[in-house]
Design a protein around this ligand. Structure first.
Ligand SMILES: [Cu+2]
Length: 384
């Protein structure tokens, strides 16, 4: 008898969903996710040696959309992030003199590796592993019993400031920055995001007193200069945002997400369109999400994980990758494209499945090919 372990898990989980959880209206991205999950069950059922067989029903984690979490569930996640910001760092102080807490350890690794993890062959797997390591830290070091939530950009693209993620309530990831006049955000050499209603310090919600300690390296906000050196020195300042409906409507609408998934069957094009074709004026859903938040460090290519919304954004990036993979599991679970250097500058060899993905102090190195299946390798999670 072949019963999909994941579908058994899902049935069990559906029964456990608390009644208090609100159910957002499913959209076409959710439809593609559901089709993908069905495909994946069928694929697993037909393949005895499917890697997901180790990821059984009792341990499959389900990552959910922020707006579908109950308020107490949101608050548990927020409190775990605040807890991480209170724990001592484990980075080598000679390498990361500015790290003051465990949250900074994650930011430091991203700053350090920025030029070898974006527009490279490892972009999707590196960030998948990175978000997973963060989720592990929240759970193992801060007692969090949920999983990494994601920000379904498209559900709130028309009004991100009033979304449950950024509405500034105690159940949000904090609100917009205070209004400060500025000249807009130079997202790329080809695209300047017009100034929005923020630009200053975040003064509402759970992260209003947060101190950003590292970076910026490549700031995009007027009046916030890059720090001297490599971005890893101590540079305490407030969290700033300039939430932009221009960016969210520009690149993260439902049609932006569905076309990315449906019109790019090849991993090269999928990851290229996702990350943005800057010279064509496109930020892609990746850049679109980052510049919906903007500010400091959100608008800094290197230090963007210094804004705690980063992890919800990158969970959605990972979900879109997962949805894309599940449209054709037979052909999309062992794919890699790209080289070792950003946009292949300077030129380097092609990335391979046997390359190592390295997160420094955050997690042990793993073979890239083992990070391509969210229900195989070190991972055991799906998205609902
Ligand atoms: Cu990144």
């Amino acid at each position: 008898m072949r019963v999909s372990l994941i579908s058994t898990a899902l049935t069990a989980l559906t029964l456990l969903v608390p009644a208090a959880r609100s159910q957002p209206t499913p959209d076409e991205v959710d439809d593609l996710a559901a089709i993908g999950l069905k495909n994946r069950y069928a694929y697993d059922a037909a393949n005895e040696d499917s890697r997901s067989r180790k990821c059984n029903s009792s341990i499959t984690a389900v990552r959910r959309e922020w707006g579908s979490l109950s308020k107490p569930e949101r608050r548990k996640y927020i409190d775990a992030v605040l807890c991480l910001m209170q724990k001592p760092p484990i980075s080598d102080p000679t390498e990361v003199p500015g790290a003051r807490n465990r949250y900074d350890d994650f930011l430091a690794v991203h700053i350090n590796q920025t030029l070898s993890i974006h527009a490279t062959g490892n972009f999707l797997t590196w960030h998948r592993y990175y978000v997973w390591a963060y989720e592990q830290a929240l759970r193992n070091e801060c007692g969090y019993d949920g999983y990494q939530p994601y920000w379904a950009w498209n559900k709130y693209a028309s009004d991100p400031i009033n979304s449950p993620i950024f509405d500034g309530s105690e159940y949000s990831m904090s609100g917009n920055g205070e209004y400060v006049k500025h000249n807009g955000t130079p997202a790329t050499p080809w695209t300047i995001i017009p100034p929005g209603p923020g630009g200053g310090c975040v003064v509402t919600g759970p992260f209003k007193n947060m101190t950003v300690n590292l970076g910026p390296v490549n700031p995009t906000l007027d009046g916030v200069p890059a720090q001297q050196g490599n971005g890893l020195n101590y540079n305490p300042r407030c969290l700033r945002r300039d939430i932009s409906v221009n960016a969210s409507m520009g690149w993260t609408k439902t049609s932006d997400v569905t076309s990315l998934i449906e019109e790019n069957g090849d991993i090269y094009w999928f990851q290229t369109v996702m990350q943005g074709e800057f010279e064509k004026g496109s930020l892609g859903v990746h850049g679109g999400g980052h510049f919906t938040v903007s500010g400091d460090p959100g608008g800094d290519f290197f230090a963007s994980p210094g804004d705690p919304a980063f992890y919800l954004h990158h969970a959605m990036i990972d979900r879109v990758f997962w949805i894309w993979q599940n449209q054709d599991p037979k052909n999309r679970l062992d794919v890699v494209s790209g080289t070792l250097t950003i946009n292949n500058v300077p030129p380097t060899r092609n990335t391979t499945l046997d390359d190592e993905v390295n997160l420094g102090v955050l997690a042990p190195p793993v073979r890239l090919g083992d990070l391509l299946d969210t229900t195989g390798g070190p991972f055991c999670y799906i998205y609902l």
